[in-house]
Design a protein around this ligand. Sequence first.
Ligand code: ADE
Length: 237
Amino acid sequence: MRIDILTLFPEMFEGVLGSSILGKAREKGIVEYHVTNFREYSESKHGTVDDTPYGGGGGMVLKPEPIFRAVEAVTAEAKPRVILMCPQGRPYQQKLAEELAQEEHLVFICGHYEGYDERIRQYLVTDEISIGDYVLTGGELAAMVVIDSVVRLRPGALGNQVSAVEDSFSTGLLEHPHYTRPPEFRGWKVPDILLSGHHANIVRWRLKESLRRTKERRPDLLEKIEWDKDKEMQKLL
Ligand code: ADE
């Protein structure tokens, strides 16, 4: 998979793309990251990328030329998804992460401070994504969130593939509690059932705990579950 990131602050990505699972995925050849400063595609001598808004008002607006030229430079023949990070976008959820993880090429456009000239949205971008109802100083942190959640879903990116399948949200439920050694810590014990070695009972306990936790913390998620298919699960609720 190839991921292009267009930003005015390429240095923001260095640590994130080089560390942990994202860094390992690059080393394993699962993903290539290309970070481009779109100021290089400015048509002006001074590298101008923004201008005052037509109609007046405060703030600056990102000009279309540098962003169109930067996207065209990285997309030569192919037509990848071109994703604009902005608070007005589609709310980001695991389902969209799973969809984006199927693509072979993604391009992220990250603006800072300013608004975007509307022609970027209309004629260049295929997806607008928001990571939540709050305003960041720029799209970079939001793009990192999306990239992190997509790359970990690529085959081979996680050491243990089971962990992606059992994630909260991909099962539709929050995860059950986890424990490791020691069996007793400061008087707090690991539930006996997990030490019992009885696999079927453990599976049942985990499902029950997942349901309990989901009901307690995110009852809205339970409404989305197809209970017809999951009668066994409903009985545990
Ligand atoms: N840029 C600024 N705020 C954002 C948000 N909430 N999501 C995505 N991009 C953004």
